[in-house]
Design a protein around this ligand. Structure first.
Ligand code: NDP
Length: 446
Protein backbone atom coordinates (compact mmCIF):
# COMPACT_ATOMS: atom_id res chain seq x y z
CA UNK A 1 0.00 0.00 0.00
CA UNK A 2 1.24 3.43 -0.86
CA UNK A 3 -0.56 5.93 1.39
CA UNK A 4 -0.20 8.75 -1.13
CA UNK A 5 -1.89 6.70 -3.89
CA UNK A 6 -4.81 5.71 -1.65
CA UNK A 7 -5.28 9.35 -0.64
CA UNK A 8 -5.17 10.52 -4.27
CA UNK A 9 -7.83 7.98 -5.16
CA UNK A 10 -10.06 9.03 -2.25
CA UNK A 11 -9.61 12.69 -3.23
CA UNK A 12 -10.77 11.84 -6.74
CA UNK A 13 -13.80 9.92 -5.50
CA UNK A 14 -14.78 12.34 -2.70
CA UNK A 15 -13.58 15.72 -3.99
CA UNK A 16 -15.67 17.83 -1.63
CA UNK A 17 -14.69 16.19 1.64
CA UNK A 18 -11.50 17.89 2.90
CA UNK A 19 -11.90 17.02 6.61
CA UNK A 20 -12.46 13.34 5.77
CA UNK A 21 -9.37 13.28 3.54
CA UNK A 22 -7.33 15.08 6.24
CA UNK A 23 -8.26 12.49 8.89
CA UNK A 24 -7.55 9.54 6.58
CA UNK A 25 -4.24 11.05 5.47
CA UNK A 26 -3.04 11.46 9.06
CA UNK A 27 -3.76 7.81 9.84
CA UNK A 28 -2.52 6.25 6.60
CA UNK A 29 0.86 7.94 6.62
CA UNK A 30 1.56 6.60 10.13
CA UNK A 31 0.35 3.01 9.59
CA UNK A 32 1.87 2.50 6.12
CA UNK A 33 4.86 0.52 7.44
CA UNK A 34 2.97 -1.89 9.72
CA UNK A 35 0.35 -2.36 7.01
CA UNK A 36 3.03 -3.35 4.50
CA UNK A 37 4.63 -5.69 7.04
CA UNK A 38 1.43 -7.77 6.74
CA UNK A 39 1.07 -8.59 3.00
CA UNK A 40 -2.24 -10.41 3.60
CA UNK A 41 -3.83 -7.00 4.37
CA UNK A 42 -3.12 -5.78 0.84
CA UNK A 43 -4.35 -9.04 -0.72
CA UNK A 44 -7.74 -8.37 0.92
CA UNK A 45 -7.63 -4.65 0.04
CA UNK A 46 -8.16 -3.97 3.70
CA UNK A 47 -7.20 -0.32 3.52
CA UNK A 48 -10.00 0.70 1.20
CA UNK A 49 -12.54 -1.26 3.23
CA UNK A 50 -11.30 0.48 6.36
CA UNK A 51 -11.37 3.99 4.89
CA UNK A 52 -14.81 3.89 3.27
CA UNK A 53 -17.72 3.75 5.75
CA UNK A 54 -19.85 0.58 5.86
CA UNK A 55 -22.94 2.69 5.16
CA UNK A 56 -24.33 6.21 5.42
CA UNK A 57 -27.92 7.29 6.06
CA UNK A 58 -29.01 10.78 5.10
CA UNK A 59 -32.49 12.19 5.51
CA UNK A 60 -34.61 15.33 5.75
CA UNK A 61 -35.70 16.47 9.21
CA UNK A 62 -38.79 18.70 9.13
CA UNK A 63 -39.90 20.48 12.27
CA UNK A 64 -42.05 23.44 13.31
CA UNK A 65 -40.72 26.40 15.32
CA UNK A 66 -42.59 28.28 18.07
CA UNK A 67 -44.05 30.72 15.54
CA UNK A 68 -45.45 27.93 13.37
CA UNK A 69 -42.80 28.21 10.67
CA UNK A 70 -41.65 24.95 9.07
CA UNK A 71 -37.90 24.23 8.86
CA UNK A 72 -36.08 21.49 6.97
CA UNK A 73 -32.66 20.34 8.13
CA UNK A 74 -30.46 17.48 6.98
CA UNK A 75 -29.86 14.48 9.23
CA UNK A 76 -27.08 11.88 8.87
CA UNK A 77 -25.65 8.77 10.46
CA UNK A 78 -22.32 7.39 9.26
CA UNK A 79 -21.85 3.75 10.35
CA UNK A 80 -18.16 3.44 9.69
CA UNK A 81 -16.99 0.06 10.98
CA UNK A 82 -18.37 -2.61 13.33
CA UNK A 83 -15.57 -5.19 13.21
CA UNK A 84 -14.93 -5.09 16.96
CA UNK A 85 -18.36 -4.15 18.36
CA UNK A 86 -21.64 -2.33 17.66
CA UNK A 87 -21.36 1.04 15.92
CA UNK A 88 -20.75 3.73 18.52
CA UNK A 89 -20.24 7.47 18.28
CA UNK A 90 -21.81 10.82 19.06
CA UNK A 91 -24.38 13.03 17.37
CA UNK A 92 -23.42 16.61 16.49
CA UNK A 93 -25.92 19.44 16.01
CA UNK A 94 -24.18 22.47 14.50
CA UNK A 95 -24.79 24.64 11.46
CA UNK A 96 -21.42 23.53 10.00
CA UNK A 97 -22.31 19.81 9.93
CA UNK A 98 -21.89 18.10 6.58
CA UNK A 99 -20.88 14.65 5.35
CA UNK A 100 -17.19 15.44 5.19
CA UNK A 101 -17.13 16.36 8.88
CA UNK A 102 -19.19 13.35 9.96
CA UNK A 103 -17.11 10.95 7.85
CA UNK A 104 -13.91 12.28 9.42
CA UNK A 105 -15.40 11.93 12.90
CA UNK A 106 -16.70 8.38 12.25
CA UNK A 107 -13.32 7.32 10.82
CA UNK A 108 -11.47 8.73 13.85
CA UNK A 109 -14.00 7.14 16.18
CA UNK A 110 -13.23 3.67 14.83
CA UNK A 111 -9.57 3.91 15.89
CA UNK A 112 -10.36 5.69 19.15
CA UNK A 113 -12.88 3.06 20.18
CA UNK A 114 -10.42 0.33 19.35
CA UNK A 115 -7.83 2.02 21.60
CA UNK A 116 -10.18 2.03 24.59
CA UNK A 117 -9.90 -1.80 24.73
CA UNK A 118 -13.73 -1.98 24.89
CA UNK A 119 -15.92 -3.69 22.25
CA UNK A 120 -17.17 -0.74 20.20
CA UNK A 121 -17.14 -0.03 16.47
CA UNK A 122 -17.08 3.49 15.03
CA UNK A 123 -19.91 5.80 13.89
CA UNK A 124 -20.97 9.43 13.99
CA UNK A 125 -24.11 11.33 13.12
CA UNK A 126 -25.73 14.71 13.30
CA UNK A 127 -27.52 17.54 11.64
CA UNK A 128 -26.94 21.07 10.38
CA UNK A 129 -29.54 22.15 12.96
CA UNK A 130 -28.10 24.43 15.65
CA UNK A 131 -29.72 24.44 19.13
CA UNK A 132 -28.23 27.92 19.66
CA UNK A 133 -31.02 30.48 20.15
CA UNK A 134 -33.78 27.83 20.01
CA UNK A 135 -36.34 27.33 22.77
CA UNK A 136 -36.53 24.08 24.75
CA UNK A 137 -39.70 23.11 22.88
CA UNK A 138 -38.06 23.74 19.50
CA UNK A 139 -35.08 21.59 20.48
CA UNK A 140 -37.45 18.86 21.67
CA UNK A 141 -39.47 18.90 18.45
CA UNK A 142 -36.31 18.77 16.38
CA UNK A 143 -34.88 15.84 18.38
CA UNK A 144 -38.15 13.95 18.01
CA UNK A 145 -38.25 14.54 14.25
CA UNK A 146 -34.60 13.48 13.92
CA UNK A 147 -35.17 10.22 15.77
CA UNK A 148 -38.47 9.45 14.02
CA UNK A 149 -36.34 8.98 10.94
CA UNK A 150 -33.21 7.41 12.48
CA UNK A 151 -34.67 5.03 15.06
CA UNK A 152 -34.81 1.99 12.76
CA UNK A 153 -31.05 2.14 12.16
CA UNK A 154 -29.95 2.19 15.81
CA UNK A 155 -30.31 -0.17 18.78
CA UNK A 156 -28.41 -1.44 21.83
CA UNK A 157 -26.48 -4.07 19.85
CA UNK A 158 -26.57 -2.28 16.48
CA UNK A 159 -25.56 1.35 16.87
CA UNK A 160 -25.45 3.38 20.07
CA UNK A 161 -25.31 7.19 19.65
CA UNK A 162 -24.22 9.74 22.29
CA UNK A 163 -23.59 13.50 22.54
CA UNK A 164 -21.09 15.77 20.79
CA UNK A 165 -21.08 19.48 19.89
CA UNK A 166 -24.58 20.89 20.45
CA UNK A 167 -25.84 17.61 21.93
CA UNK A 168 -25.71 17.39 25.72
CA UNK A 169 -27.90 15.81 28.39
CA UNK A 170 -31.01 17.73 27.26
CA UNK A 171 -30.80 16.60 23.63
CA UNK A 172 -29.86 13.00 24.52
CA UNK A 173 -32.88 12.89 26.86
CA UNK A 174 -35.28 14.01 24.13
CA UNK A 175 -33.77 11.64 21.55
CA UNK A 176 -33.82 8.70 23.96
CA UNK A 177 -37.46 9.45 24.84
CA UNK A 178 -38.50 9.42 21.19
CA UNK A 179 -36.49 6.25 20.50
CA UNK A 180 -38.19 4.51 23.43
CA UNK A 181 -41.59 5.52 22.08
CA UNK A 182 -40.93 4.39 18.51
CA UNK A 183 -39.12 1.14 19.37
CA UNK A 184 -41.45 0.28 22.28
CA UNK A 185 -38.51 -0.81 24.37
CA UNK A 186 -36.33 0.56 27.15
CA UNK A 187 -32.74 -0.29 26.29
CA UNK A 188 -29.33 1.35 26.46
CA UNK A 189 -29.55 2.64 22.89
CA UNK A 190 -28.09 6.04 23.82
CA UNK A 191 -25.25 6.87 26.19
CA UNK A 192 -24.95 10.14 28.06
CA UNK A 193 -28.46 9.58 29.44
CA UNK A 194 -29.71 11.16 32.67
CA UNK A 195 -28.79 9.31 35.86
CA UNK A 196 -32.48 8.56 36.51
CA UNK A 197 -32.87 6.56 33.30
CA UNK A 198 -29.74 4.50 32.80
CA UNK A 199 -26.99 7.12 32.59
CA UNK A 200 -23.59 6.42 34.10
CA UNK A 201 -21.94 8.37 36.87
CA UNK A 202 -18.97 10.40 35.51
CA UNK A 203 -20.21 10.27 31.86
CA UNK A 204 -20.61 14.07 31.58
CA UNK A 205 -17.18 14.56 33.16
CA UNK A 206 -15.46 11.70 31.32
CA UNK A 207 -13.96 13.38 28.26
CA UNK A 208 -12.51 16.31 30.22
CA UNK A 209 -11.34 14.25 33.19
CA UNK A 210 -9.93 11.58 30.87
CA UNK A 211 -7.97 14.18 28.94
CA UNK A 212 -6.39 15.43 32.16
CA UNK A 213 -5.56 11.85 33.20
CA UNK A 214 -3.87 11.34 29.84
CA UNK A 215 -1.98 14.62 30.23
CA UNK A 216 -0.72 13.49 33.65
CA UNK A 217 0.63 10.29 32.08
CA UNK A 218 2.45 12.33 29.42
CA UNK A 219 3.90 14.76 31.99
CA UNK A 220 5.09 11.78 34.06
CA UNK A 221 7.33 10.66 31.18
CA UNK A 222 9.28 13.90 31.65
CA UNK A 223 8.94 14.18 35.43
CA UNK A 224 6.79 17.34 35.22
CA UNK A 225 4.29 18.27 37.96
CA UNK A 226 0.93 19.75 36.90
CA UNK A 227 0.68 22.01 39.94
CA UNK A 228 0.72 25.76 39.12
CA UNK A 229 1.08 25.08 35.39
CA UNK A 230 -0.80 27.58 33.23
CA UNK A 231 -3.28 25.80 30.97
CA UNK A 232 -5.02 27.44 28.01
CA UNK A 233 -8.35 25.79 27.22
CA UNK A 234 -10.54 26.58 24.21
CA UNK A 235 -14.30 26.06 24.23
CA UNK A 236 -16.64 26.36 27.18
CA UNK A 237 -18.88 23.37 26.59
CA UNK A 238 -18.92 19.89 28.06
CA UNK A 239 -15.31 18.93 27.38
CA UNK A 240 -13.80 22.32 28.23
CA UNK A 241 -15.61 22.83 31.53
CA UNK A 242 -14.87 19.38 32.96
CA UNK A 243 -11.25 19.66 31.83
CA UNK A 244 -11.10 22.91 33.80
CA UNK A 245 -12.75 21.30 36.83
CA UNK A 246 -10.19 18.50 37.07
CA UNK A 247 -7.28 20.88 36.45
CA UNK A 248 -8.43 23.15 39.28
CA UNK A 249 -8.72 20.16 41.60
CA UNK A 250 -5.08 19.33 40.80
CA UNK A 251 -3.79 22.86 41.46
CA UNK A 252 -3.21 23.91 37.84
CA UNK A 253 -4.11 27.42 36.59
CA UNK A 254 -6.74 27.67 33.85
CA UNK A 255 -5.95 30.89 31.99
CA UNK A 256 -8.45 30.83 29.11
CA UNK A 257 -11.80 29.56 27.87
CA UNK A 258 -13.64 30.49 24.65
CA UNK A 259 -16.67 30.03 22.45
CA UNK A 260 -17.30 30.59 18.76
CA UNK A 261 -17.57 34.36 19.36
CA UNK A 262 -14.34 34.95 21.28
CA UNK A 263 -11.86 34.17 24.06
CA UNK A 264 -11.64 35.10 27.72
CA UNK A 265 -8.18 35.49 29.29
CA UNK A 266 -7.99 35.02 33.05
CA UNK A 267 -4.39 36.02 33.91
CA UNK A 268 -4.71 35.11 37.62
CA UNK A 269 -6.28 31.73 36.85
CA UNK A 270 -9.92 30.68 36.97
CA UNK A 271 -11.41 30.18 40.45
CA UNK A 272 -13.87 27.45 41.43
CA UNK A 273 -16.58 30.07 41.90
CA UNK A 274 -15.94 31.45 38.41
CA UNK A 275 -16.11 27.96 36.92
CA UNK A 276 -19.49 27.41 38.60
CA UNK A 277 -20.62 30.65 36.97
CA UNK A 278 -19.53 29.33 33.55
CA UNK A 279 -21.34 26.01 34.11
CA UNK A 280 -24.57 27.91 34.84
CA UNK A 281 -24.02 30.44 32.06
CA UNK A 282 -23.56 27.70 29.47
CA UNK A 283 -25.95 24.97 30.64
CA UNK A 284 -28.83 26.87 32.20
CA UNK A 285 -28.87 30.37 30.68
CA UNK A 286 -27.25 29.21 27.40
CA UNK A 287 -25.28 32.47 27.37
CA UNK A 288 -22.02 33.57 25.75
CA UNK A 289 -18.51 33.53 27.24
CA UNK A 290 -18.34 37.34 26.79
CA UNK A 291 -20.84 37.62 29.67
CA UNK A 292 -18.30 35.96 31.98
CA UNK A 293 -15.79 38.74 31.28
CA UNK A 294 -18.51 41.31 31.93
CA UNK A 295 -19.28 39.72 35.30
CA UNK A 296 -15.74 39.54 36.72
CA UNK A 297 -12.96 42.16 37.08
CA UNK A 298 -9.54 41.24 35.75
CA UNK A 299 -10.90 39.01 32.97
CA UNK A 300 -10.19 40.17 29.42
CA UNK A 301 -12.35 39.35 26.40
CA UNK A 302 -11.09 39.15 22.82
CA UNK A 303 -13.91 39.15 20.30
CA UNK A 304 -13.42 36.83 17.33
CA UNK A 305 -10.12 35.41 18.63
CA UNK A 306 -8.90 32.00 19.71
CA UNK A 307 -6.68 31.66 22.79
CA UNK A 308 -3.43 30.55 21.14
CA UNK A 309 -1.88 33.93 20.21
CA UNK A 310 -3.28 35.90 23.12
CA UNK A 311 -2.57 33.65 26.07
CA UNK A 312 0.86 32.47 27.26
CA UNK A 313 0.63 28.96 28.67
CA UNK A 314 2.62 25.88 29.68
CA UNK A 315 -0.04 23.53 28.37
CA UNK A 316 -2.75 23.84 25.70
CA UNK A 317 -5.94 21.77 25.80
CA UNK A 318 -8.01 22.61 22.68
CA UNK A 319 -11.58 21.54 23.49
CA UNK A 320 -13.81 23.31 20.94
CA UNK A 321 -13.70 22.03 17.35
CA UNK A 322 -11.67 20.72 14.40
CA UNK A 323 -8.81 22.72 12.86
CA UNK A 324 -8.82 25.38 15.59
CA UNK A 325 -4.99 25.42 15.85
CA UNK A 326 -3.20 26.18 12.58
CA UNK A 327 0.52 26.38 11.86
CA UNK A 328 0.77 30.03 13.00
CA UNK A 329 -1.08 29.25 16.22
CA UNK A 330 1.24 26.31 16.88
CA UNK A 331 4.33 28.49 16.35
CA UNK A 332 2.89 31.13 18.71
CA UNK A 333 2.24 28.50 21.37
CA UNK A 334 5.78 27.10 21.08
CA UNK A 335 7.32 30.58 21.16
CA UNK A 336 5.28 31.33 24.29
CA UNK A 337 6.83 28.37 26.12
CA UNK A 338 4.08 25.78 25.70
CA UNK A 339 5.46 22.30 26.43
CA UNK A 340 2.40 20.05 26.05
CA UNK A 341 -0.75 19.89 23.94
CA UNK A 342 -3.47 17.40 24.84
CA UNK A 343 -6.50 17.44 22.56
CA UNK A 344 -10.00 17.37 24.04
CA UNK A 345 -11.59 18.17 20.68
CA UNK A 346 -11.41 15.91 17.64
CA UNK A 347 -8.68 16.90 15.14
CA UNK A 348 -8.29 20.46 16.54
CA UNK A 349 -4.74 20.77 15.13
CA UNK A 350 -4.12 21.09 11.40
CA UNK A 351 -1.45 18.82 9.85
CA UNK A 352 0.94 21.80 9.78
CA UNK A 353 0.37 22.46 13.50
CA UNK A 354 1.04 18.81 14.32
CA UNK A 355 4.30 18.94 12.37
CA UNK A 356 5.35 22.04 14.33
CA UNK A 357 4.57 20.41 17.69
CA UNK A 358 6.47 17.26 16.80
CA UNK A 359 9.40 19.16 15.32
CA UNK A 360 9.71 21.10 18.59
CA UNK A 361 9.49 17.76 20.50
CA UNK A 362 6.45 18.87 22.50
CA UNK A 363 4.38 16.33 24.37
CA UNK A 364 1.57 16.16 21.83
CA UNK A 365 -1.47 13.89 22.23
CA UNK A 366 -4.01 13.59 19.38
CA UNK A 367 -7.69 13.62 20.27
CA UNK A 368 -8.23 9.99 19.42
CA UNK A 369 -6.04 9.06 22.40
CA UNK A 370 -6.50 12.00 24.77
CA UNK A 371 -10.27 12.44 24.47
CA UNK A 372 -11.13 8.72 24.43
CA UNK A 373 -12.34 8.93 28.04
CA UNK A 374 -15.79 10.06 26.89
CA UNK A 375 -16.52 7.07 24.73
CA UNK A 376 -14.84 4.80 27.28
CA UNK A 377 -17.35 5.75 29.95
CA UNK A 378 -20.06 5.42 27.29
CA UNK A 379 -18.82 1.84 26.91
CA UNK A 380 -19.08 1.45 30.68
CA UNK A 381 -22.62 2.88 30.52
CA UNK A 382 -23.52 0.19 27.97
CA UNK A 383 -22.07 -2.47 30.26
CA UNK A 384 -24.08 -1.19 33.22
CA UNK A 385 -27.27 -1.03 31.12
CA UNK A 386 -26.79 -4.64 29.98
CA UNK A 387 -26.40 -5.74 33.59
CA UNK A 388 -29.25 -3.45 34.75
CA UNK A 389 -26.88 -2.16 37.41
CA UNK A 390 -25.22 1.14 38.16
CA UNK A 391 -21.73 1.50 39.49
CA UNK A 392 -20.53 4.12 41.98
CA UNK A 393 -18.72 7.28 41.00
CA UNK A 394 -15.49 5.89 42.48
CA UNK A 395 -15.77 2.65 40.49
CA UNK A 396 -16.34 4.44 37.18
CA UNK A 397 -13.62 7.01 37.83
CA UNK A 398 -11.11 4.28 38.71
CA UNK A 399 -11.96 2.41 35.51
CA UNK A 400 -11.62 5.63 33.48
CA UNK A 401 -8.17 6.32 34.96
CA UNK A 402 -7.08 2.77 34.18
CA UNK A 403 -8.31 2.98 30.58
CA UNK A 404 -6.50 6.30 29.99
CA UNK A 405 -3.33 4.83 31.45
CA UNK A 406 -3.67 1.74 29.21
CA UNK A 407 -4.15 3.95 26.15
CA UNK A 408 -1.00 5.83 27.11
CA UNK A 409 0.90 2.56 27.45
CA UNK A 410 -0.22 1.49 23.96
CA UNK A 411 0.90 4.84 22.52
CA UNK A 412 4.32 4.44 24.13
CA UNK A 413 4.60 0.86 22.87
CA UNK A 414 3.85 1.65 19.24
CA UNK A 415 5.00 5.27 19.08
CA UNK A 416 8.43 5.50 20.73
CA UNK A 417 11.04 6.62 18.20
CA UNK A 418 14.74 5.81 18.11
CA UNK A 419 15.73 8.96 20.02
CA UNK A 420 13.15 8.18 22.73
CA UNK A 421 10.58 10.78 21.59
CA UNK A 422 7.05 9.43 21.92
CA UNK A 423 5.12 10.00 18.72
CA UNK A 424 1.62 9.72 20.17
CA UNK A 425 0.00 10.13 16.75
CA UNK A 426 1.79 7.09 15.38
CA UNK A 427 1.35 5.11 18.60
CA UNK A 428 -2.41 5.71 18.75
CA UNK A 429 -2.95 5.05 15.05
CA UNK A 430 -0.95 1.83 14.92
CA UNK A 431 -2.46 0.41 18.12
CA UNK A 432 -6.01 1.32 17.07
CA UNK A 433 -5.51 0.02 13.53
CA UNK A 434 -4.03 -3.40 14.34
CA UNK A 435 -6.98 -4.56 16.42
CA UNK A 436 -9.57 -3.50 13.83
CA UNK A 437 -7.47 -4.91 10.97
CA UNK A 438 -7.11 -8.35 12.60
CA UNK A 439 -10.85 -8.49 13.34
CA UNK A 440 -11.69 -7.55 9.74
CA UNK A 441 -9.32 -10.17 8.36
CA UNK A 442 -10.89 -12.87 10.55
CA UNK A 443 -14.42 -11.97 9.42
CA UNK A 444 -13.88 -12.16 5.65
CA UNK A 445 -14.71 -9.70 2.92
CA UNK A 446 -18.01 -8.05 3.87
P1 NDP B 1 -20.23 21.48 23.34
O1 NDP B 1 -21.29 21.78 22.36
O2 NDP B 1 -20.62 21.16 24.74
O3 NDP B 1 -19.18 22.67 23.39
C1 NDP B 1 -18.51 23.07 22.24
C2 NDP B 1 -17.71 24.31 22.56
O4 NDP B 1 -16.87 24.61 21.46
C3 NDP B 1 -18.59 25.53 22.78
O5 NDP B 1 -17.95 26.43 23.65
C4 NDP B 1 -18.67 26.09 21.37
O6 NDP B 1 -18.97 27.48 21.31
C5 NDP B 1 -17.27 25.85 20.86
N1 NDP B 1 -17.30 25.70 19.40
C6 NDP B 1 -18.06 24.86 18.68
N2 NDP B 1 -17.85 25.04 17.37
C7 NDP B 1 -16.93 26.03 17.28
C8 NDP B 1 -16.32 26.67 16.20
N3 NDP B 1 -16.59 26.33 14.92
N4 NDP B 1 -15.40 27.64 16.48
C9 NDP B 1 -15.12 28.00 17.76
N5 NDP B 1 -15.70 27.43 18.83
C10 NDP B 1 -16.58 26.46 18.59
O7 NDP B 1 -19.38 20.27 22.69
P2 NDP B 1 -18.37 19.29 23.42
O8 NDP B 1 -17.68 19.96 24.52
O9 NDP B 1 -19.10 18.01 23.65
O10 NDP B 1 -17.35 18.99 22.21
C11 NDP B 1 -16.16 19.76 22.01
C12 NDP B 1 -15.18 18.95 21.17
O11 NDP B 1 -14.85 17.74 21.88
C13 NDP B 1 -15.67 18.49 19.81
O12 NDP B 1 -14.57 18.47 18.91
C14 NDP B 1 -16.15 17.07 20.05
O13 NDP B 1 -16.14 16.28 18.88
C15 NDP B 1 -15.07 16.61 21.04
N6 NDP B 1 -15.42 15.46 21.84
C16 NDP B 1 -16.53 15.47 22.66
C17 NDP B 1 -16.82 14.38 23.44
C18 NDP B 1 -17.95 14.37 24.41
O14 NDP B 1 -18.04 13.43 25.22
N7 NDP B 1 -18.82 15.37 24.43
C19 NDP B 1 -16.01 13.14 23.37
C20 NDP B 1 -14.81 13.28 22.56
C21 NDP B 1 -14.57 14.39 21.81
P3 NDP B 1 -20.46 27.97 20.93
O15 NDP B 1 -21.24 27.79 22.20
O16 NDP B 1 -20.26 29.39 20.54
O17 NDP B 1 -20.93 27.11 19.81
Amino acid sequence: MKAAEVIDDLKRRFPNEPEYIQAVDEVLTTIEDVYNDNPEFERYNLIERLCIPDRIFSFRVSWVDDKGKVHNNMGYRVQHNNAIGPYKGGIRFHSSVNLSILKFLAFEQTFKNSLTTLAMGGAKGGSDFSPRGKSDMEVMRFCQAFISELWRQIGPDTDVPAGDIGVGGREVGYMFGQYKKMAREFTGTFTGKGLEFGGSKIRPEATGYGNVYFLLEMLKTRGIDIKDKKVAISGSGNVATYTAEKLLALGAKVVSMSDSDGTVHIPGGLTREQLDYIFKLKNIYRGRIREFAEEYDGVEYYEGERPWHRVKCDIAMPSATQNEIDGDDARALIAGGCMAVSEGANMPSTPEAIREFQKARLLYAPGKAANAGGVSVSGLEMAQNSQKLSWTEEEVDAKLKQIMSDIHTQCVKYGTEEDGYINYVKGANVAGFMKVARAMMAQGIL
